[in-house]
Design a protein around this ligand. Sequence first.
Ligand code: ADP
Ligand code: MG
Length: 336
Amino acid sequence: MPDTLASKIAAGEVVQRPANAVKELVENALDAGAGSIELTVQRAGSELIQVADDGCGMGPEDARGCFGRHATSKLRAFEDLETLRTLGFRGEALASIAAVSRVELKTRRAQDEAGTCIRVHGGDIVESTPCAAPTGTTISVRDLFYNVPARRAFLRTPATEFKHIVETFQALALSHPTVAFCLVHDGTEVYRLPAAGGAEPLAQRVADLFGSRYEGTLVPVAEATSYLSIRGVVGAPEVARRSRGDQYVFANGRYVKSRSLEHAAARAFGALLPDGRYPFLALFLDVDPRHLDVNVHPTKTEVKFDDERGVYSFVGAVVKKGLSEAGLALDLAQTA
Ligand code: ADP
Ligand code: MG
């Protein structure tokens, strides 16, 4: 099977909608150690998704190679998969995105005089030249799915697609409060989030992202065992929402979708939480990578801990303890 065909098929798994591409590109910027990430989107990502970072950049060879299937600089041997700390590792995101769009990459490492500019159309490199570029990487993805009409037709309204992009952006920005982020959509600045410093970067980032909605209501949680550490914040019950929207769980820095862990945290609120409400959560779980399987699905938002039940009950206990320390817990008789 030709490489570009394989990429086009794989693309369907990694990139189902513009928000998926946003996630992959921003994660690459984070893996590159960026201190500042600018996301520019046009027409909800179907016209343009651009991510500019000030991370480590790439040399000319890597810049040409990064669009190849399984071109990853993050996984050298299979054993690395067990100790993985980076967000990416499959080396298929760029190949997949490039297979179904027109990509321009501009990148330069600090030690290189010239940068490299690469253009890839539908997976084929059509231009590769030295160019002037700031240190870091800017990648522009245009006309997503232009060569996969079925996929393009499957896109929802721009409003819906943009909502997914914003949700993805919010999760990524929350996961790295000390990295500056901005989001510009159709020429309008939607977010400009400075790198949060100070004693409580997470609270700062929550305030910058959500305005006053959660101000003064954040309950810190923190606890660790030899297996697992949890830190973060939960919102007080009175700011719990009727939708699941603002529930963020991160496993080793990676945003994960886990109904089970969301449930564990909500359950810990017991009778404090009115029926049909979902608490604000920003919980960071850290485990030895050997205990976490992130290879469950190509989008990497589903993960498995080797002790799911243990993690579930620990999340509940940690949230309960945080609430009680904040003077918010009902006594056990009431929550039972
Ligand atoms: P993965 O992230 O799984 O390694 P990707 O397809 O997302 O695979 O990226 C391929 C490779 O391209 C990465 O391993 C990295 O070496 C390089 N790369 C991609 N984006 C960036 C970036 N923003 N800055 C520096 N290097 C990058
Ligand atoms: Mg990646």
